[in-house]
Write a protein that binds this ligand. Structure first.
Ligand SMILES: Cc1cc2nc3c(=O)[nH]c(=O)nc-3n(C[C@H](O)[C@H](O)[C@H](O)COP(=O)(O)OP(=O)(O)OC[C@H]3O[C@@H](n4cnc5c(N)ncnc54)[C@H](O)[C@@H]3O)c2cc1C
Length: 373
């Protein structure tokens, strides 16, 4: 009998899982809280044969190669725009770099023929029994599924409803991040920093990262987020006034705390967490590739008739390798003048840049994952 799977979240991992499960003949429904696929975000990258192999088996590699941005260099500049150091495209762009929105749209398009997408809705209740998971929605009628997967990101509703409150799993890493569209044609990203604040412009996007303890900001309130960003960046030089002007008119922005998810369990008999909901670190660098690998492994294990715990057993060591140590805020926006100086000095050294590149590459080359027909 066809198994019916409900996936919460149409980001990256959700549509990838829908695509893989559809190929294996599952009945798949995806529920996404946003009214349409979210379009904000920057370029994301893939590194190593594991990531590229999964994209190939999902049947999207050639199309993504067509859409690739070819990476962009990242330079850190002073207030007058003079370069302090530069990281080459291989550092920031991996082996294949695409815009997050292009990746999400490609995965959705490939999965659409075998998937029911419900936009503008969300799960409000989950009851797991030995025979199925009874799900209540904000708008749609209640239904029962064989399996429910939470691919609904860092602030996962499935995790909250089935595994416990967010504060048990999500650690704030003392920074916030935001991104929005700006009218710029340069592909290379320029970063300008003062202690505890980064401002960056490149490839049509503005990005900021700033140090702050947990703030009472509503992650669904666009006006509140814009006010907060404007007050934190008010008075800064370089291209910040131009960025803030674009922020005022931005219809959508990406705003989140920089946080790490540590969940002691990702699976029950019938409910699983996938992607950022399970192992996310905001801007952790490997989150997108790992989300796709997780989707592929979860689909492969389910198709082989194995329990969700088999997926967790494969993914724990793979995702855990980079997740524990990732702390992107500290690198992007050191809090003190001395920290900023030290970072700039270190990255001006070719040897440091090379060893960092090698260490991120090695995370992507873990061969210890199964392959599925
Ligand atoms: C708008 C956006 C922009 C991003 N930009 C970048 C970037 O530039 N660089 C980077 O490295 N990472 C970025 N990320 C994070 C990155 O996509 C993930 O780290 C990684 O791809 C793993 O993806 P995921 O599918 O697990 O989570 P996500 O990509 O975060 O997707 C989760 C999805 O679930 C939806 N959702 C949330 N709550 C609910 C709910 N209650 N019910 C239903 N759906 C829900 C969200 O709207 C989102 O579409 C971004 C995430 C988002 C949402």
């Amino acid at each position: 009998m066809t198994k019916n799977v409900l996936i919460s979240g149409a980001g990256i991992a959700g549509p990838a899982l829908a695509l893989a499960l559809g190929r294996h003949g599952f009945g798949v429904t995806v529920v996404e809280v946003a009214p349409h696929l979210r379009t904000s975000g920057f370029a994301v990258d893939f590194r190593g044969p594991t990531h590229l192999g999964v994209l190939e088996r999902l049947g999207v590699l050639d199309e993504l190669r067509e859409l690739q941005t070819h990476g962009s260099a990242m330079s850190v500049v002073d207030e007058a725009g003079r370069e302090i150091f530069r990281l080459p495209p291989e550092f920031t762009g991996g082996e294949l770099e695409v815009l997050r929105s292009d990746l999400s749209a490609t995965l959705m398009r490939h999965s659409a023929p075998t998937t029911e997408y419900l936009f503008g809705d969300a799960i409000t209740g989950l009851t797991e029994t030995p025979d199925g998971v009874h799900v209540e929605f904000r708008h749609a009628a209640a239904r029962t599924f064989d399996i429910v997967v939470g691919a609904d990101g860092m602030h996962s509703a499935v995790r909250r409803l089935r595994f416990g409150p967010e504060q048990d799993f999500v650690k704030h890493l003392d920074y916030y991040i935001a991104g929005w569209a700006v009218p710029t044609t340069s592909t290379d990203a320029q970063h300008y920093g003062v202690p505890g604040k980064l401002a960056s412009v490149g490839a049509g996007n503005a990005m900021i990262v700033f140090a702050a303890p947990e703030l009472p900001v509503d992650l669904h309130d666009l006006a509140q987020q814009k006010d907060l960003i404007s007050s934190v960046y008010h008075g800064l030089g370089w291209r910040v006034p131009e960025m803030l002007a674009a922020l005022r008119d931005a219809p959508e922005i990406y705003f989140d705390s920089i946080s790490r998810v540590s969940a002691p369990a990702w699976t029950t008999n019938r409910v699983a967490l996938l992607g950022d909901a399970a192992w996310g670190v905001t801007l952790g660098g490997m989150g997108v590739g790992t989300g796709l690998v997780g989707a592929y492994v979860l689909a492969g294990e389910l198709a082989g008739g194995r329990p969700l715990s088999a997926y967790e057993a494969h993914m724990r060591p793979y995702a855990g390798r980079w997740q524990k140590h990732a702390h992107p805020g500290r690198f992007l926006a050191p809090r003190t003048r001395h920290g900023l100086w030290l970072r700039n000095r270190l990255f001006s050294t070719a040897l440091v840049r090379k060893s960092l590149l090698l260490s991120t590459d090695s995370f992507a080359k873990d061969p210890a994952l199964p392959t599925y027909a």
